[in-house]
Write a protein that binds this ligand. Structure first.
Ligand code: GLY
Ligand code: MN
Ligand code: MN
Length: 472
């Protein structure tokens, strides 16, 4: 085992002045314990990334790729920061989620170089020193200032992948070349074993939170109390979660990305929709469950949606056109609504006329990885040629034919959303709806069931159900 080449540059072997990328204030608010380490898997992961990135570089005649970790964003007129999110391309290489001001530099031959920003900072806890299990794959240069791109000399044509375009880039360095990025995005759609293991772990963490949230709901807790119970059980502070948790009681379940967290519990908690994930080494879980306080028709509907969701998840096999699966979801959801006498129209007709879209107005799911809504779901090639969505389905985020190694969500649902119901009531299809029942169900909000699944060579692995099936 050879040691990581960690070169302390406190003495200034690299120009440490800030140029272009200015970090002026505090940083690293997220202090996430590294919960999961898979050394052998990570070695294979880095080796895959390197091979794939070099193939993309060769195809694009690029000599170096520079991936910046990102920078904190400050509140206006203050030195407080918004929660930092790493550049997802950086996170796809390194398990460093709280490390602004770093740069990964990949060339066609040498070991990748990591400029690792580790300030001396008595206002905050600085990042821990590089850990051997990941650092041994890089030449690590520890810096006490954020990396200064203007002080680096590319060996030829270089591409910088970064959220913001810095001033003063050395000549020959292009920012976010579209065709190169698309190639890297397409590569990221097929996950390595290491990435899948990170998402297995992220799901386990999330399901600990989901169990606690369900208990809190049944105990009559408020949305805020449920949210806090979730974070405590998952062991992740809100800023560490991959997205803002959706914690909706009653009618709030009908707001697709409900962002409130009511402090007080409602007089009656009838239903509960929670869409909440977790992070593992920069990889996300994205999980939704819906609960009924007292069973009843709404409880039966949840069971029916659960069965629909399982079937759709099992059908996300290699070779499946996700657009077809999305349309199957519409037919299945319409069938469900017919079975419960909400709709009085044939399911196929409900889909063709757009009636089902008034109850299920979002896409069936999306790729997931270092981004909750991961990249390249809608493109065919490095030119970004779009793979069109079916007409009338503008929010579908994934239109590709699935292949082994894809990780994606399956999240069907139906909701009683006032604005969409009003449109339907005013349309020629108003008579297809049992409005008495819709009015009775509106106080329950809606239902969504969401799992994260891996497409295998044969069949599908459901990371979320696997985590729920483990003993608590
Ligand atoms: N949590 C956001 C989504 O399910 O896409
Ligand atoms: Mn999702
Ligand atoms: Mn979700």
């Amino acid at each position: 085992m050879h040691k990581p080449a960690i070169v302390a540059l406190a003495g200034g072997r690299i120009n440490l002045n800030l140029a272009g990328f200015a970090v002026t204030g505090p940083h690293c608010k997220k202090d996430m314990a590294m919960t999961f380490i898979n050394e052998a898997g990570y070695a294979d992961h880095v080796s895959h990334r390197l091979q794939a990135t070099r193939a993309s570089m060769a195809a694009e005649a690029v000599d170096e790729v520079w991936i910046h970790s990102g920078l904190p964003l400050h509140a206006f007129l203050d030195d407080y920061e918004y929660p930092y999110r790493p550049n997802p391309h950086f996170a796809a290489w390194l398990p460093l989620t709280s490390h602004p001001g770093c740069l990964l530099r990949i060339t066609s031959e040498d070991r990748p170089v990591l400029y690792f920003y580790q300030p001396v900072d008595y206002w905050h806890t600085p990042p821990a020193a590089p850990a051997d299990w990941w650092a041994r794959h890089f030449d690590v240069h520890v810096l006490q200032q954020p990396v200064d791109l203007s002080g680096l000399m590319p060996s030829g044509r270089a591409v910088l992948i970064a959220e913001r375009q810095p001033a003063g880039l050395p000549s020959g360095v292009e920012w976010n070349s579209e065709t190169l990025i698309n190639r890297l995005h397409l590569d990221r759609t097929v996950k390595t074993e290491y990435e899948i293991e990170c998402m297995v772990e992220a799901n386990r963490i999330a399901i600990r939170g989901h169990r606690a949230a369900e208990q809190a709901f049944h105990a009559g807790a408020s949305e805020l109390e449920i949210h806090l119970a979730y974070c405590a059980a998952a062991g992740q502070v809100e800023a560490a979660l991959p997205y803002g948790s959706i914690v909706g009681l009653n009618e709030h379940g009908a707001t697709l990305h409900y962002q409130g967290k009511d402090i007080r519990a409602p007089a009656e908690s009838r239903s509960f929709l929670i869409d909440a994930g977790a992070d593992c080494n920069g990889y996300a879980a994205d999980v939704t469950r819906t609960y009924s306080a007292n069973g009843g028709v709404f409880g039966d509907m949840i069971h029916a949606m659960d069965a629909v969701q399982r079937e759709l998840a099992d059908a996300a096999t290699a070779g499946t056109d996700y657009r077809e699966l999305h349309l199957s979801a519409h037919r299945a959801i319409a069938g469900c609504l017919v079975d419960f006498d909400v709709l009085r129209i044939a399911p196929d007709e409900a889909v063709e006329t757009g009636v089902s879209g008034h109850f299920f107005p979002h896409g069936l799911g999306h790729f997931i990885g270092t981004q909750v809504h991961d990249v390249a779901g809608l493109i065919a090639d490095q030119h970004g040629t779009p793979i069109p969505r079916p007409d009338g389905h503008p929010f579908l985020r994934l239109t590709r034919v699935l292949e082994a190694g894809n990780v994606l969500t399956i999240e069907p649902g139906f909701y009683f959303i006032e604005s969409l119901l009003a449109e339907l009531r005013a349309s020629e299809y108003a008579s297809a709806v049992n409005w008495t029942l819709v009015d009775a169900l509106k106080p329950y909000g809606g239902i969504r069931v969401e799992d994260d699944v891996v497409v295998l060579e044969q069949g599908v692995r459901n990371l979320t159900r696997e985590a729920f099936d483990r003993p608590a």
